[in-house]
Design a binder for this molecule. Structure first.
Ligand code: ZN
Ligand code: ZN
Length: 166
């Protein structure tokens, strides 16, 4: 958990009331329902990994998910997190994002979208599908049959830009 997130989390804890507990329960029920609807057996690992991915937008690696899950109680191993990710991936709830050679990152946003990758800190964030004008796949040379595409924009994010100015 990032520092700011941790602060937010602690603040949330402080103001926990019945409504929030109900909302959390509702979210948990929704996750269980989603897993079941895909024919997945609900295991604590699958639940934890999917809930973790849904709550973040930073496209974490296996190790980042593992660190995050083990913060409260060290119960997960890299193998169990990886197995849970594979199961979620097979039923289409999670996708693998490969923007760096040899580094698999995971995304619970399985709808169409593009990505921005900061070459400074490696952070990846989603770009809405409608951000770019339609790309004309008919311009491909004949003989190439397009199935899908997405755009990866490389650059420097505002967090790194601010840091370099200080
Ligand atoms: Zn950055
Ligand atoms: Zn994404």
């Amino acid at each position: 958990m990032k520092c700011q997130e941790k602060k937010r989390y602690n603040n949330n804890l402080r103001s926990v009331n019945v409504i929030q507990v109900n909302a959390m329960q509702q979210k948990a029920d929704e996750i269980v329902k989603t897993l079941k609807s895909k024919g997945l057996r609900v295991t604590p690992q699958r639940f934890a990994v999917y809930a973790n991915l849904l709550a973040r937008e930073d496209h974490p690696t296996v190790d980042q998910i593992l660190t995050n899950l083990n913060q409260d109680a060290p119960t997960s191993s890299q193998a169990t997190v990886y197995a849970a990710l594979q199961a979620l991936r097979e039923v289409g709830l999670v996708r693998e994002v490969l923007l760096e050679e040899g580094v698999s990152r995971y995304d619970a946003n399985v709808g169409l979208h593009h990505h921005f990758r900061c070459k400074c800190c490696g952070a990846i964030e989603d770009i809405g599908w409608d951000t770019f004008e339609c790309i004309d796949l008919n311009k491909l040379r004949s003989g190439l049959k397009a199935e899908r595409y997405e755009v990866t924009v490389q650059g420097i994010c505002d967090r790194c830009e601010t840091k370099s100015k200080v």
